[in-house]
Write a protein that binds this ligand. Sequence first.
Ligand code: GRF
Length: 198
Amino acid sequence: MIKRSPAKLAVFCSGYGSNFQAILDAIRRGKLRAEAALMVCDNPGAYALKRAHRHGVPVVLLNPRLFPSREDYERVIIRILKNEGVDLVVLAGFMRILTPLIIRAFPKRILNIHPALLPAFKGAHAIRDAFEAGVKETGVTVHYVIPAVDSGPAVLQEKIRVSKRDTLKTLEARIHRVEHRLYPAAIKKILKQRRKNG
Ligand code: GRF
């Protein structure tokens, strides 16, 4: 029997990288059979870089301002990902909107995590927006990336009840805890489907 090598992930981060960490931990604990082959970053101040160094994950740190266009920036990234044989792109707090160029280069192979129950509360302040709207329920969505922002088909979604005692801070913490469990689970689900479909 041919044993397949673990799927290669490229995780894209711009900031703290707690979801990146959750994915690394799931791999380390043997809960997710994958390899964090690369971490792509657009921000030299991102704490996620420290996590990558600590875990020996190669980093691609590229300043978008040094490129004439978003497509030029992505062209370089696409080339690196293809050279590395990356199977799945995992956006984990990457604060740039991808263009159709990279989405077409990795069809149905780019995931994002969003801290709300999409299609509700799209955008960069989803937790705060949901909290301020006074919803009784919010949650987390892992979805495929398509050119329309925060709109691709969901892979996994989990609801969270907002309690009367929640503050924005407690709600954020509860959402992040769910994210850290849901993202590795969603990646695992996709890789399993892939293996089944050959
Ligand atoms: C997460 O809340 C994620 O849902 C959103 O950006 C945040 C990133 O957090 N897309 P971290 O950098 O993974 O800690």
